[in-house]
Design a binder for this molecule. Structure first.
Ligand code: ADP
Length: 356
């Protein structure tokens, strides 16, 4: 295996229509494409909570706040070029890969991953390019499967199924899997997008009927690619199998406010936090260079259990940390979380089986 650190990219979203009216102060700045500065705003200064401006370094800092002269504007294509393209290559070459969108609610996770009505995000672009590339491979047998789940209050729901809860189990190799999960064979990107949209629709329906809030749930789209092709290097047939997970996390803000929430909401908040809090703990432990004896609490939450390979294991993983330009505390917390994540080394292997 070779080492591969988790690549972290930060994206600053523009002001929203409703925010523009108040013309709030932008608290972040990108001074190079690898460095972002966060300044405490006027309100914090007034409240005498003065803190120094802080600089954070990442693989890439994407500026989608405004179009200004000295910083290139990052549109959806930029995100695809910076993150998607590499993941696509990884998948085609037999590596497991994963893209995780992290950030507070409203920071642009869904916009980045899915896109809007006008503009496709990373997932549709990756799907389209994946099939384009696979179709160019003549003389190879290819199978692509997708599944789409939601984790809500530590329960797993199949977004392509009938909405019932599913159980997570471990196989004999101690790899977590979801029992009775629907996996669909797909042969082009339209079919994949149809399934994805059906899943998103199911998610919205459940949101209204069961009073769920999608900003509090995590979604994972898994695309599994199996290829059987001739390998000119060895003169033999090679079988590659890799999966690409596209993860949209629940909002990272603190869910339980100190006042005025009823008990159910509090319980919901603490359960939702369990996956995110465990993710934070797992990432912190891994960033501190664990040894063989270190216990990493993957099994303490459904999210970390299912993403075990992708965090610290056999996967090329990227995180897109989405930040709002006007929320000092949440942005600081996201940039710190992203910094921790960038220190993690995964151990990556091509998943191949040679036949002679
Ligand atoms: P999240 O998924 O993190 O809760 P959303 O993706 O829903 O956040 O984004 C919140 C709002 O901001 C949406 O209206 C979205 O269209 C808009 N938005 C986010 N990022 C961008 C961007 N880079 N460019 C334009 N609009 C954006």
């Amino acid at each position: 295996p070779h080492e591969h650190s988790i690549k972290v990219v930060v994206r600053v979203r523009p002001l929203l229509e409703r925010e523009l009216e108040k013309s709030p102060e932008c608290l972040v700045d990108i001074d190079t494409d690898k460095s972002i500065v966060l300044r405490p705003g006027g309100d914090l200064l007034k409240a005498r909570k003065y803190r120094e401006a802080q600089r954070f370094m990442f693989s890439k800092c994407l500026w989608s706040y405004d179009r200004r002269a000295n910083v290139p504007y990052a549109d959806q294509n930029t995100v695809f070029t910076e993150v998607g393209l590499e993941m696509l290559e990884n998948t085609l070459n037999g590596y497991n890969s994963c893209v995780i969108a992290y950030g507070q609610t409203g920071s642009g996770k869904t916009y980045t991953m899915m896109g809007s009505d006008e503009e496709d995000g990373l997932i549709p672009m990756v799907c389209r390019q994946l099939f384009k590339r696979l179709n160019q491979q003549v003389d190879s047998k290819i199978q692509v499967k997708v599944s789409f789940i939601e984790i809500y209050q530590e329960n797993v729901f199949d977004l392509l199924g009938r909405g019932n809860k599913l159980r997570v189990r471990e196989n004999s190799e101690r790899v977590a899997f979801i029992e009775n999960l629907n996996e669909y064979n797909v042969s082009d990107s339209q079919e994949t997008m149809r399934l994805l949209n059906k899943g998103l629709e199911n998610r919205t329906t459940a949101e209204t009927h069961l009073n769920k809030q999608s900003s509090r749930s995590h979604s994972i789209l898994t695309v599994t690619v199996s290829q059987e092709k001739f390998d000119p290097a060895t003169g033999s047939l090679v079988k590659l199998k890799s999966n690409l997970k596209l993860v949209d996390l629940a909002g990272s803000e603190k869910f339980v406010a100190s006042d005025g929430l009823d008990k159910i909401r509090q319980q919901e908040g603490s359960r939702i936090n369990k996956s995110l809090v465990t993710l934070g703990r797992v990432l912190t432990i891994l960033s501190e260079k664990p040894n063989q004896k270190t216990v990493v609490p993957y099994r303490d939450s459904i999210l970390t259990w299912l993403l075990k390979d992708n965090i610290g294991g056999n996967s090329k993983t990227s995180m897109i940390a989405c930040v709002s330009p006007i929320d000092y505390d949440e942005t600081l917390s996201t940039l710190r979380f992203a910094t921790t994540t960038s220190k993690i080394e995964n151990q990556v292997l091509i998943n191949k089986e040679s036949q002679f």
